[in-house]
Design a protein around this ligand. Structure first.
Ligand SMILES: [Zn+2]
Length: 274
């Protein structure tokens, strides 16, 4: 999965005093594109501070490498090109560590970009001195990076798995039932509700599998396996899905990369490990 960067290690401690070295990678985004350096041979690299400049803010470290975020787009730099992050994910041109850094930095960049004013009194927010947070100098409101908790549910019924495809033109690959956790729910409640809403079936024996940060959507995904309870007749929510069906391990078609928790869960089922 995208966060599986072992033997490298992600360090999330907040270090507002950290300053970039010339060789520090600096991530800079414009909408859903990231600026990268492309060599004549087509090799892509995250630019370093001496490439991209600006006044970047510390983001996180992976091993001893400190990553920074640059506000504002570099101008007139022919050696830097903007690449769509979703297409980059499928390109196979970046390492797992680089893709994890890009997804995670994007999550932070979007949050900083959309967290400029106090939602309570409208004053301009400033950076908190010691925590990764924004704070209102007028009313004291503290705003922390936003995570959207969501569940992914692998429903198993007598050796078959419930797979779906989202009702979107770009949803070419199989997925599992998934959705956001709502206020007042447990994660298990969200599993039961999402499976019922999207496919009309009931579930039991809900057990946690793994979780995953998915920075490109600002999500924290929690994966669960469970069993069907009662009727296996699917009543698909056609507004949300274009496919909902029971498949055998042989029939599971995996996504082309192994970044997502959804794909890992389908692979575990396909390989008979669940
Ligand atoms: Zn305020």
């Amino acid at each position: 999965m995208i966060q599986d960067i072992y033997p490298s290690k992600y360090h999330n401690e907040y270090r507002p005093e950290a300053a970039p070295a010339a060789s520090s990678p600096v991530l800079c985004f414009e909408a859903d594109k990231v600026f990268l350096k492309e060599s004549e041979e087509g090799v892509l690299k995250i630019p370093v501070f001496s490439d991209i400049g600006g006044d970047p803010r510390y983001a996180f470290a992976i091993d001893d490498t400190e990553y920074f975020l640059r506000k504002g787009v570099p101008e007139d730099r022919e050696d830097l090109k903007a690449f769509n992050i979703r297409r980059l994910r499928r390109s196979g041109k970046m390492t797992n560590v680089e893709m994890f850094a890009i997804f995670t930095a994007y999550h932070l960049a979007i949050w900083y970009h959309s967290t400029k004013f106090c939602g309570r009194c409208s004053s301009e927010l400033t950076h908190h001195k010691s925590m990764r947070a924004m704070v209102c100098p007028s009313c004291g409101l503290e705003v922390f990076p936003r995570l959207n908790p969501a569940v992914i549910v692998g429903v198993i019924n007598s050796g078959r798995l419930l797979v779906t495809k989202y009702n979107r033109p770009d949803a070419d690959f199989y997925a599992l039932v998934a959705g956001f956790v709502e206020i007042g729910e447990t994660l298990e409640d969200a599993c039961r509700r999402e499976v019922m809403e999207e496919t009309g079936v009931s579930i039991k024996n809900i057990r946690h599998y793994k979780s995953q940060p998915w920075g490109i959507a600002g999500d924290l995904l929690c994966g669960f396996f469970c069993e069907l309870e009662g009727s296996d007749v699917i009543k698909m929510d056609a507004g949300e899905l274009k496919v909902a069906q029971w498949v055998t391990p042989e029939e599971v078609v995996l996504q082309p990369d192994d970044f997502s928790l959804t794909c890992e869960m389908m692979r575990m089922f396909k390989e008979g490990k669940i």
